[in-house]
Design a protein around this ligand. Sequence first.
Ligand SMILES: [Zn+2]
Ligand SMILES: [Zn+2]
Length: 294
Amino acid sequence: MTSAHSKLYSNDVSLVVVVVDTNPFFWAAAALPFADFFANLVHFVNSLLLLNHLNRVVVIAAGVSSCAYIFDSSDASPAGGVGVTATFDKASRKVEEFIAQDARATAGNGSVASANAASLLSGALSLALCWCLDIQRIFRSGTRHPQPRILCLQGSPDGPEQYVAVMNSIFSAQRSMVPIDSCIVGTQDSAFLQQASYITGGVYLKPQELNGLFQYLAAVFATDLHSRTFLRLPKTLGVDFRASCFCHKKTIDMGYVCSVCLSIFCKNQKKCSTCGSEFSRVMPDLNSMPDQSK
Ligand SMILES: [Zn+2]
Ligand SMILES: [Zn+2]
């Protein structure tokens, strides 16, 4: 009986890490002001916490030059005298502080100054995974084994220079069975997050109407992993599987792959810059491959 009860708990408990894009370059030009977006997020997090008292939510801000934890629902225990409202007030102050701090870091970093600057998704995903693996370890010792998941709310474009780090995080999430959900609040699709959700079995969604953001979040992303098996959630229509070359961090359609370490290059190399393998034969030119059918 105990096992059935604990199984029920483990089925509908949600342990969620929300990665929030706070990139000021994106939000300055976005259709939805950041304050409105943040209000939607607070309602969403609150709804998640109300669904089940065992649910836990952590919010991580991803800026241009840095990322940080800004909210942890375990800090808001009614017994401890700190209510959820107070914790959200603290979170909104924390996110403002974070944005200011990140802006100073970006100003000091001469390499990022363009309006097309990407957010530090790779760093935020790593932080999110650390929390997920940590919570998996905590629950492993008990009778309940709920699976944590990650939700990325991204608006700014992908940073091709983060390709390797992002893919490593995606594969690590896949191995740990942590689904990565993606909700795109910008105008462009994200190839990184399409791949992340596809590979980890998460949901990828680019809402048509951002004014109804809360409805999308509540109807699609609030559902726990067990309930998802009974629902018809949005399916990704196409995934952009293009990779970035390791030499110039450019997105490429076709490239050369090291047969030893699988590093990707846009041009023919004599030696792999990642693992040092020397290629004895010149690799064939991809555009003049011999026709195998003859
Ligand atoms: Zn290259
Ligand atoms: Zn190699």
